[in-house]
Design a protein around this ligand. Structure first.
Ligand code: B12
Length: 348
């Protein structure tokens, strides 16, 4: 295979690639790496690598005679640093500008500093510790980076971004400022046919594990009678429940997490067994005002606050006379307040 250098100044004129070795300070011949190997070695999806090359000029500086792209070791270091910066939420173009302005030594130094502090994944999200290396990036840029990583089906960057967000913000702010807007963008792109269902699944699956990590990190704080969290019957969306579970855990409030798609009968029987003071029910998809659940709550014989949230709940829901109080909440903060304070509902 003959390799040609895309930057003529760096070629030895014999088609033999060469580069300045930052360690040795000399010019030595080298072979380049194809995109698949770089992708595997650095854990960055090949479409992301191609997009960084095409859109931002951070890519392979060599080409084979067959015009296949080949990365040098320095190209790979550039890409690695670009990946770390975008994972911290730095917009791709700014990350590319920084990386391209740095010489080999500065790139190597920067990568060493980042690995030494374990900036990638050492600190537990939501544990109260903050990553001193993390840059406090604008929420809009983080949303953009999350959506770009979702579209590129890039799990590593997505996870790093989620962790980065949770290191700098508590769960409530993270949800309101970054996660919910990113989810809405993903949902809109999916509806317009501009993003596949696999990207939507990846976005939500990885977010689920990061939110659960917050619960794990706070497990020693949690005590007391749990509140119940559940999705409405046939309702598959349950990320808001996971975000609530995480924020409640940070506040030391225990929850009994029943997950998505909880049929009315199963819910009422779990409520009767655990006798919580409050239950939160989420619905994204539209539901009728009259459904078995509201009638079945007639079986409740203790003071129970039923808090409902999400765009799916109909107007005009009524619950049987008795100890059940129904409260509708419009946002994350109100849901947390309703579940952490003593009962007192709005409608009946
Ligand atoms: C992730 C996702 C999925 C994942 C769910 C994974 C999971 N574990 O939750 C998967 C891939 C499984 C999925 C499946 C489906 N999905 Co979906 N999904 C989403 C997505 C992108 C995010 C859902 C979410 O968490 N939303 C929560 C927050 C971010 O959004 P919100 O509800 O609009 O927030 C409003 C309020 O609720 C409030 N708010 C925000 N956060 C919080 C938190 C709390 C606690 C409170 C009280 C309020 C609150 O603020 C907003 C108003 O300003 C949404 C997009 C969207 N806009 O929601 C689509 C979306 C909800 N899905 C949609 C659809 C159509 C489906 C499917 C029917 C697709 C299909 N044909 O199979 C199925 C549903 C199957 C079922 N029976 O439930 C549509 C629903 C349209 C509609 N209104 O009917 C949406 C809106 C996408 C779209 N733009 O069209 N989905």
């Amino acid at each position: 295979m003959t390799l040609m250098n895309a930057h003529p100044a760096a070629s030895n004129g014999a088609g033999q690639p060469e580069h300045d070795d930052p360690e040795l300070g000399t010019t030595v011949p080298e072979i380049g790496w194809p995109v698949g190997v770089v992708s595997e070695r650095l854990g960055i999806a090949a479409p992301t690598l191609r997009s960084w090359d095409r859109r931002h000029g951070v890519g392979p500086s060599l080409r084979t005679s067959g015009n296949h792209r080949r990365y040098t070791e320095l190209d790979m270091r550039r890409v690695e640093l670009m990946s770390r910066l975008t994972a911290q939420g730095v917009p791709a173009q700014s990350a590319a500008d920084s990386v391209l302005a740095m010489d080999a030594r500065s790139i190597a130094d920067r990568l060493t500093v980042n690995s030494a502090t374990g900036a990638d994944d050492e600190l537990l999200p939501g544990s109260g510790r903050q990553d001193p290396e993390a840059i406090d990036v604008d929420a809009a840029d983080l949303v953009e980076s999350i959506v770009a990583a979702a579209r590129a089906l890039d799990p590593r960057t997505l996870s790093l971004l989620y962790r980065q967000v949770l290191r700098r913000r508590d769960v409530g702010r993270a949800w309101i400022e970054v996660f919910a807007p990113a989810l809405r963008r993903v949902g809109d792109l999916w509806r317009e046919g501009r993003l596949g269902v696999s990207a939507e699944h990846l976005t939500s699956e990885l977010l689920q594990s990061e939110l659960r990590a917050v619960v794990r990190a706070n497990r020693l704080r949690i005590a007391g009678r749990p509140v119940v969290l559940a999705g409405a019957d046939d309702e598959q969306h349950h990320l808001p429940l996971l975000a609530l579970e995480a924020e409640l855990a940070r506040n030391g409030v225990a929850s009994l997490f029943l997950g998505p798609r909880v049929p009315s009968e199963a819910l009422v029987s779990a409520l009767r067994e655990s006798r919580p003071r409050a239950v939160f029910l989420w619905a994204s998809l539209a539901r009728p005002a009259v459904e078995p659940l509201w009638r079945d709550l007639g079986a409740v014989d203790w003071d129970l606050e039923v808090v409902i949230g999400g765009p799916g709940w109909a107007e005009g829901i009524t619950v049987p006379d008795g100890p059940v109080v129904l409260t509708r909440v419009e946002d994350f903060g109100s849901a947390v307040r309703a579940l952490t304070s003593s009962p007192g509902g709005l409608t009946r």
